[in-house]
Design a protein. Structure first.
Length: 445
């Protein structure tokens, strides 16, 4: 029972939040006249000394004390004697841990948001550098239409912007204070919950004491947001892994975030990207684990909820590593723009431009234009030539309505430049979106 019941090996990570919440609680007790100012001062001084000890020496793990709350209270008793027992007036470990955990998750949200902002800045910087660099755009991993590398990188900026929006929403919902809810029913002491909420920078106290001690939605919100961010990181990592392979040759990964082979000296493996991709599965697993833990619990607190912290701590650690590694990869990668352009010119990526030209200039219905374009692509394949290398006479043999103006639409440069609709891949549009992104990032700094 001692071994299964103890949570100090992992919940010691909450020591800063536990000290902070205890300081706010005892200050409120003194302000309300529930404990004397003299006792409150002794408790506050003892808590400050314990914080220094934890910071310099670490948190001791005595499994008989079970958790960080009892560990701190026991040490406080050693330092100031029986008056330490007054600290737990009008609170329970139930509202104590709920408050500590919210404070920790709030900090983790802020840390992830800051990391994602740094990653966005790296993406914007590289997108601006390569706003006009042409590369193949893919669907089904088949060459589809030419795009710019800047446009491609800015797609991930948008994904991480949504991730930051989810974190912002999660933080707003989280920011209610459980302290003062006691075990489950509130307390008979004349406490001031608004005071403790304000002291801990919460927006307001939780409105229902039962919900306050049994809610872990805030942890699940964090894990859901982390899971989606991890998926986006994994997608970007997968592209970098593909692009770094010899058949693609689109990018050279930074040496500091790559490894060699134990037997093949020519190898440069994108291990950091592969680990980011792998970590996504673990983060999603953490979210699943906590959802399954919570799904069958009646109100209010159950000991199962002790298992809420390990998956959140694990996910936070994985996300910190993954975001930092991806930021480094994006900032330091070398993009081979000549190879990207060469690949864009293969695979008849401007076929859609030919169909669009037939619709726009020859007034041909799109379905008919699609059929004509298919015949042109088939001819180009037979000749082993690009679309813009086919003679005009051969194009007119397929459809007489094609004239020499078509060649202005068949190059990859013309194709990219034509996609100037809002949010399109044209360099002018990419730069507009980069400007918008820079303003957004500056606003949230």
């Amino acid at each position: 029972m001692r071994e299964i019941n103890a949570s100090i090996p992992f919940d010691k990570a909450l020591w800063r939040q536990d000290i902070l919440a205890s300081e706010a609680h005892v200050a409120m007790l003194a302000a309300q006249g529930i404990v004397s100012q003299e006792d409150a001062n002794a408790i506050a001084n003892g808590l400050a000394r314990i914080a220094t000890e934890y910071e310099t020496q670490g948190v001791p793990e005595d499994w008989d004390l079970e958790d960080i709350h009892m560990t701190t209270e026991s040490r406080l008793s050693e330092l100031i004697g029986p008056v330490a027992g007054r600290l737990h007036t009008a609170r329970s470990r139930n509202d104590q841990v709920a408050t500590d955990f919210r404070l920790w998750v709030r900090s983790a949200i802020d840390q992830m948001d800051e990391g994602l902002a740094d990653l966005q800045r790296a993406l914007v910087a590289r997108a601006e550098e390569h706003a006009s660099a042409i590369m193949p755009g893919f669907t089904h991993l088949q060459t589809a239409q030419p795009v710019t590398l800047g446009h491609h990188l800015m797609a991930y900026y948008e994904m991480f912007a949504r991730d930051r929006s989810r974190l912002e929403d999660a933080r707003a919902r989280l920011n209610e204070c459980p302290l003062g809810s006691a075990a489950l029913a509130g307390t008979g002491f004349a406490i001031d919950r608004d005071r403790t909420a304000q002291a801990l920078d919460f927006t307001r106290p939780c409105a229902n004491s039962l919900d306050a001690v049994s809610d872990r939605d805030f942890a699940l919100d964090y894990l859901h947001a982390a899971s989606l961010a991890a998926i986006h990181l994994s997608r970007l990592a997968e592209e970098l892994i593909l692009w770094a392979s010899q058949p693609y040759g689109f990018v050279r990964m930074p040496d500091a975030l790559s490894t060699g082979s134990s037997i093949m000296p020519q190898k440069k493996n994108p291990d950091a990207a592969e680990l980011v991709r792998g970590h996504a599965g673990r983060v999603i697993g953490c979210a699943t684990a906590l959802m399954i833990t919570m799904k069958g619990l009646p109100l209010a607190y159950s000991k199962d909820m002790q298992d809420d912290k390990p998956p959140v701590f694990e996910a936070a650690g994985l996300m910190e590593l993954s975001v930092a590694a991806m930021t480094g990869m994006i900032a330091e990668a070398t993009f081979h723009t000549d190879r990207l352009r060469e690949a864009a010119e293969l695979g008849y990526a401007t076929a859609t431009d030919l169909a669009d030209w037939l619709v726009r200039e020859a007034d041909i219905p799109f379905r008919e234009a699609h059929h004509i374009t298919g015949a042109v692509v088939k001819l180009a394949e037979e000749r082993g030539a690009s679309l813009d290398a086919l003679p005009l006479a051969d194009l007119q043999d397929i459809d007489a309505r094609i004239d020499e103006r078509v060649f202005a639409a068949l190059s990859v440069d013309a194709s990219v430049a034509a996609r100037a609709s809002y949010g399109g891949t044209a360099p002018e549009q990419v730069r507009i979106q980069i400007g918008r992104a820079k303003r957004a990032l500056a606003t949230r700094e």
